[in-house]
Design a protein around this ligand. Sequence first.
Ligand code: NAP
Length: 219
Amino acid sequence: MSRPQVTLKIATSMDGRIALANGVSQWITNSDSRARVHRMRADHDAVLVGVGTVLADDPLLTARTVPPPPRQPVRIVADSQLRTPAHARLLASQGLGKVVLASAGPATGYPEGADENGPEIWVVPGEDGKVSPQRLLDRCAVEGLSRVFLEGGGKLAASFIKSGLVDTIQWFRAPILIGGDGLPAVAALGLSEMPDAPRWRTAATERIGDDTLETYVRA
Ligand SMILES: NC(=O)c1ccc[n+]([C@@H]2O[C@H](COP(=O)([O-])OP(=O)(O)OC[C@H]3O[C@@H](n4cnc5c(N)ncnc54)[C@H](OP(=O)(O)O)[C@@H]3O)[C@@H](O)[C@H]2O)c1
């Protein structure tokens, strides 16, 4: 079974920041860029974020296209300790499509009062106590999810890049500056030699109003 293809989407300022220091990230890019993101979601089998993004933004992660897609992508949260609040919009909107919490430990007791209508829990631990990107993708493959749209944040993006599991990057860049106190698009990679830096090939560049969309594929 081949592993799912992973597209990383990043929406940043010119200086590669995904949010202000206080976590505010809405909205960096323009409405046409955001509409494009919804079409990209619809083109994938699953949308994946880290629990940091759920806690900061309380996103729905549905594909809101016109017309609506024939089916919603499965929404997955990398959430080692099941910190997604029971009142998260993601969980309240399970009628729109399946929600999965990928955890690193046993799922007992989550969320309080959970019934058969609760989120699906996948236990896919890594050696660092977090969710294992590789095991998460293995499980996606078993579930028939072959195209995964990774929407961040910076920490989860860094984990997938370090594991060599990102195939394509869709990088939306708005002509604003946030500065060094903003959150970086990709968290620490722990590199000490320049040749070790993961390298990408620019496959396309497109203007979306004042924004730029760059498509990178793994070199
Ligand atoms: N502009 C954009 O495109 C964009 C997109 C998304 C988010 N954001 C912004 O980014 C911020 C959140 O980013 P973030 O970096 O703090 O959080 P994040 O990457 O969304 O989530 C990180 C958390 O995910 C969990 N996790 C589970 N497995 C992991 C693994 N293998 N590697 C890394 N993390 C793993 C960890 O928490 P546990 O250990 O508890 O599981 C970790 O703290 C928010 O301010 C949000 O608004 C911006």
